[in-house]
Structures are given as structure tokens and as C-alpha cells.
Ligand binder design. Sequence first.
Ligand code: CTP
Ligand code: MG
Length: 234
Amino acid sequence: MDRGVSISPAAVGGGAWAVLLAAGAGERLGIDRPKAFAVLGGRPLLAESLDRLDRSPWVDAIVVAAAPGWEEPSILLSEELATTKVVSCVTGGATRAESVRIALEDVSEDAIVVLVHDAARPLVADTVIERVLGPLAEGFDGVVPALAVPDTIKRVEHGAVVETVSREGLFGAQTPQAFLAPALRRAYAGDLAGATDCASLVERSGGRVAVVEGDRRLLKVTTPEDLALVESWL
Ligand code: CTP
Ligand code: MG
């Protein structure tokens, strides 16, 4: 399999497309499979966000990015969930940004909005999706859900504090992040180096990015402790 698999003919064009990123290795979780297939509430972690996006009235079509070799299980999962919006499952790239770039190739040219979401944040709620879409109608190119940083922030070098950074105005960015499709495509046509989220590339390419209130339950599952915590919230 080289460039991914088409699940159903793309009957959808315009509207809001979701890119669901599940192509990471999940090294810090330390299990024998990608994080997307860690067990959460008795089913693969990917099932939670896939189900939620598929049932969201704000989402018209979904492209899933799976880890190499995990395309088939992802498609099977999508079938088991009886999803109706999954258009394709692509093989992700070496970095998150590369996975986004590959998935964008399967997003319709007519798409108006693209939501990019980490499968590692299983508990995506419609209220947050609605919140990130709002500012796109007010002249913004992108919207990020974020939470104010609660801890005091230190810049550390070789185990010693170099500086205490004022946390005023500092926010931790989450996903789903929403973009006007042309702005996101423009951002991903350039250099992807150093990008840890989509919005940073849109900012770099001159786009205006708004911030809306995030959600504590959008915690990104990184470690086994995170997985247990998210499971307790199900
Ligand atoms: N991701 C991706 N393609 C990559 C790397 C990451 O689609 N090459 C996705 C992950 O599947 C995840 C999101 O980006 O949903 C955030 O990445 P992260 O939490 O770092 O997940 P992993 O890279 O899988 O975990 P680790 O860094 O521990 O290996
Ligand atoms: Mg990673």
C-alpha cells in the first residue's frame, strides 16, 4: 500500500472537513502498538474521536491519517463504528506536520473549512468544535482552543533555572484547530520544520489566528497515567 486507501467515493465537496491525526508511534505511552490503538474504555483510543467527529453536526467529511501498517485496522474500525463521513484513510508521515500535509491532499478542493484534530485527544466535544468555528466567520484564518498556563514557567538549561518567564498571556494550545481551507493549504505549501501545531504554520505564513477557550478534557494522552485519567472521564 503506497498512498493510502479510499474507503468510499468522495461524495462530499464543500463544507467542513476534519483531518484526524492517528499516525504517531506513541513512544511515550510505551505499548506494542500505535497510541491510536491503545485500549480506552474497551475499544481503540481512535474510536472515541472518530465516533465523536462522525456524529458531529459541524463535520461533513473526515480524512484519517494512520500509522504505516495500521491503515487496514483503521478502516475496519471505521466500518465497525458504521461511520458515514470517513472519505479516506491515508498513511501518515514521519512528523505530525507531514501527516497533515499528506491528509490535506485528500481534502476536497471545495472544502471551505478544515478542522485538524489529534486522535490523542479522545474527548472532543461539539461545544468546542462550535467554538473554534465561530471566529472563521469574523475574518480569522485559524482558530485554536487553548487554556491559560496555570504553572509558573521556568526556562531551564542543564538542570538550572536560567529565567522565570511571566506566564501572563501564555496559553497551552489544544486541538481541534479550525482553519479556512485556503489558508491552511498555503501554510502547508511551505517549510514544515519546527511546527508542533498547525496554527504555528498559519501564523508563520501571515495568517490571523484567534484563540478560544479550550477544554480540560481535551487532555492529550501521552503517558499511561494520562490514559487512565481520560478513561476515568469517559
Ligand atoms: N501524529 C501523526 N503523525 C506523526 C506524529 C504524530 O499523525 N508522524 C499525531 C499523533 O497520532 C497524535 C498527534 O499527532 O494524535 C499528537 O502527537 P503525539 O501526542 O506526540 O503522539 P505520538 O507522536 O504518537 O506520541 P509519541 O510522541 O510519544 O511517540
Ligand atoms: Mg509525537
